[in-house]
Design a protein around this ligand. Structure first.
Ligand code: ADP
Ligand code: MG
Length: 321
């Protein structure tokens, strides 16, 4: 059923996500008017999802809405920021009510969970494409950056990377797995949980942080490069979910953990002198992170297995094709 643009915005996006006291004017005026707290730095990120590029054509609308916000939440998490306001630029081939209702429900549920209010956007007709801009805060001068790592800092990753890449491969029929594993892995691609609360805890302890969207190895290498260091990852230490290991096998599971992509976990470094306080106050069991390596003085990224360097020539995506 077709719907006019005004009615569409009114019905699905005027009251989407949390309701925040710092929004002076939200959806409905020419621009959003937002009150930045005293003593805060404003942290801003934007990310675009294109149908057929960043998600398969025909993905569930709720997943598309969820992921469009999640990828931006993950970027703010990597800065140690608390998210607050989102803008949504939506390009749609047609205004289909059931699709819009599901999309807004997926976006809105994740927004409410993180106290994010949708405060504006733009709606246009064209091939399906979603751009979200997300704004948030850190106490002034405390944001995490990629560049703060030093040789000798320990490297960590949250969660179990590789699951999402396997989930996408299942959706696209490049991998098969029993129903129970299928459900878990597919959820990890379609409904990722960005580590916003962990990012905020890391402000006090981490020297550098990046979110894992392009594959752990590539993103750890970016962190190291920005920090002017190299990085060494220990193959045996990679955290791999039981589901991924069962679906893909031990070897491929670890390759996917290193190279898969779409994880939206955090990869971060902690200086040796902060390690004891960090693991005490941000318990690894509760916050689900694991030590996987170390930053080192010599540049480049290497994976060590039984003490010797492993070679990686291509990404996990290509392994299934
Ligand atoms: P204009 O073109 O005059 O700026 P629009 O019709 O684009 O007005 O938007 C009207 C209002 O609705 C604006 O406040 C805008 O921020 C908001 N808006 C438009 N599309 C969306 C959307 N997809 N999600 C949230 N807010 C939107
Ligand atoms: Mg407009």
């Amino acid at each position: 059923m077709a719907l006019g643009e005004f009615a569409l915005i009114d019905r699905y996006f005027r009251a989407c996500g949390a309701r925040r006291a710092d929004v002076v004017a939200g959806v409905g005026d020419d621009a959003a008017l937002l009150r930045v707290p005293d003593g805060a730095d404003l942290v801003a990120a934007t990310d675009t999802l294109v149908a057929g590029v960043h998600f398969p054509h025909g993905s569930p609308a709720a997943s598309i809405g969820h992921r469009a916000l999640a990828v931006n939440l993950s970027d703010l998490a990597a800065m140690g920021a608390r998210p607050a306001w989102a803008l949504l630029a939506l390009t749609l081939p047609e205004a289909q009510e059931s699709w819009l209702a599901e999309f807004a429900a997926g976006f809105g549920a994740l927004a409410r969970a993180h106290e994010v209010q949708l405060v504006g956007g733009d709606t246009t007709r064209g091939p399906l494409c979603i751009t979200v801009q997300l704004l948030g805060f850190t106490p002034r001068g405390t944001a995490l950056q990629r560049s703060g790592g030093r040789p000798g800092d320990c490297l960590f990753v949250s969660g179990t990377p590789g699951d999402a890449a396997a989930g996408l491969a299942l959706v696209e029929g490049r991998l098969s797995a029993p129903a129970a594993l299928h459900h878990y892995l597919r959820e990890r691609f379609e409904m990722p949980s960005p580590r916003v609360a962990l990012g905020e805890r890391l402000r006090e302890f981490a020297s550098a942080c990046i979110d894992v969207s392009d594959g752990l190895l590539a993103d750890a290498a970016k962190l190291a490069h920005a920090s002017g260091t190299g990085v060494e990852i220990h193959y045996e230490a990679l955290p791999v979910s039981a589901a991924l290991e069962q679906a893909a096998g031990t070897e491929r599971a670890r390759e996917l953990a290193l190279t898969g992509g779409d994880d939206y976990e955090l990869c971060f470094s902690v200086a040796e002198k902060n390690l004891a306080a960090f693991t005490q106050e941000v318990a690894p069991q509760r916050w689900a992170y694991q030590r996987i390596g170390v930053l080192r003085a010599s540049p480049g990224a290497v994976v060590l297995r039984d003490g010797s360097v492993m070679q990686f020539s291509h990404s996990g995506y290509q392994h299934f094709s």
